[in-house]
Write a protein that binds this ligand. Structure first.
Ligand SMILES: *Cc1c(COP(=O)(O)O)cnc(C)c1O
Length: 365
């Protein structure tokens, strides 16, 4: 599809294909939690979440409570885990039937205060354990104090998060995290005298450590088409493409400069194209100064000068092109977001989750 303005295309058939591929790594009984935090990794939360619910995922996960509220507002009915609730969130969590991740004694106290106030005896929640990422969660040494507190209202799941599941050079670190999670689980289950359901694996965990899928997995980036490893390039298909058009073409004489602070100075006669997209759209300044490259008519054009808030200039001296022609930042086959982001030393996660909401979305099935 060719575009007439900056457009994010959302290909839902790729989303389904990625879900099918990830599920092919799992036992039939393992539940699937789709991670839709950060506007579904920059795509469009409503469109993606509704499609995932329709495709039968068991759970959705968001980072913050407001994101969960938005899912309920558009009619999402399946369970939603809030990964990182804050102290003032529990009114909204309960009234929107969201399930909090309880990751500290402090957050636990705000949760129980709310339950007591409403005289609610049981409410679904997940307990997060820190097994080595050192970001959020209880430690094994907290169990003595923790298990008596959770006896009345048992957690629906206990979980942890892997810190390097995509990095096969860090297998030992990951194995240690998995062992720690199993050891913590055994203590919890012994203390509570019953088994508790568990989840651990993110996308790269599913791809590299599927033996440890427990009762559910949590996948984000894989659903959007990235496996953090070229091994999975044929199996996962990017859901998003980002395209724009050439707004204007200018010819520079030697010494002519481009953009703010003369970020580029032509040494030879140079032809440049101005594109209607900038750092406010999620293409950060790190892509400027010759780092980033876009595709115009199957040729690479370097991003030159400083990326502006709403515009980017590219060097098209060697490219036969005209105003109105299509420009590809990334697509789902020849030039992916993983490849584009590498040019500025970042990763697909950062690139796609930063795509601004002001860009037009175009959905295809
Ligand atoms: C973001 C996140 C995920 C999803 O990770 P992917 O690598 O995108 O699959 C899973 N679990 C937690 C706790 C997360 O924060």
């Amino acid at each position: 599809m060719s575009v007439k303005e900056t457009t994010v295309e959302i290909k839902l058939k790729n989303l389904k294909s990625n879900l099918d591929f990830l599920k092919s790594k799992l036992n039939v009984n393992t539940k699937f939690m789709a991670v839709v935090k950060a506007f579904s990794y920059g795509s469009d939360s409503t469109i993606i979440s509704k499609e995932l619910e329709r495709l039968g995922v068991d759970y959705l996960a968001v980072a913050y409570t407001q994101e969960g509220i938005e899912l309920r507002k558009v009619g999402i009915k399946i369970p939603v885990l809030v990964l990182h609730p804050q102290e003032n969130d529990f009114d909204d969590i309960l009234s929107n039937h969201l399930e909090p991740s309880i990751y500290s004694f402090r957050i636990f106290s705000f949760f129980t205060k709310k339950l007591n106030k409403e005289n609610i005896k049981t409410y679904p929640y997940h307990i997060k354990f820190n097994t080595g990422l050192n970001r959020l969660g209880f430690l094994k040494k907290d169990l003595q104090k923790l298990t008596p507190l959770i006896k009345q209202n048992l957690p629906k799941y206990i979980f942890s998060h892997l810190g390097a599941s995509e990095d096969l050079d860090e297998k030992n670190y990951t194995k240690k995290q998995i062992e720690e999670f199993i050891s913590i689980s055994e203590i919890v289950e012994k203390d509570l005298n019953r088994s508790i359901k568990k989840h651990l694996l993110n996308t790269s965990g599913i791809l590299n450590y599927s033996d440890f899928q427990f009762n559910m997995v949590r996948s984000g980036i894989g659903l959007y088409g990235f496996g953090n490893d070229t091994r999975f390039k044929a199996d996962l298909k990017p859901v998003l493409t980002l395209k724009t058009v050439i707004s204007q073409i200018h010819e520079l004489k030697p010494g002519g400069s481009v953009g703010y602070n003369k970020g580029f100075i032509a040494e030879t006669p140079t032809v440049i194209a101005t594109l209607p997209i900038g750092h406010a759209d999620g293409i950060g300044r790190q892509y400027g100064k010759g780092n980033g490259e876009v595709l115009i008519g199957n040729k690479m054009a370097k991003i030159i000068g400083n990326v502006c808030m709403d515009m980017i200039m590219v060097n098209v001296t060697e490219i036969n092109c005209e105003e109105g022609d299509e420009v590809i930042f990334f697509d789902d086959n020849s030039y992916t977001a993983e490849e584009f982001s590498k040019k500025a030393n970042t990763i697909s996660y950062e690139l796609i989750s930063s795509i601004s909401r002001r860009i037009k979305r175009n959905v295809s099935r």
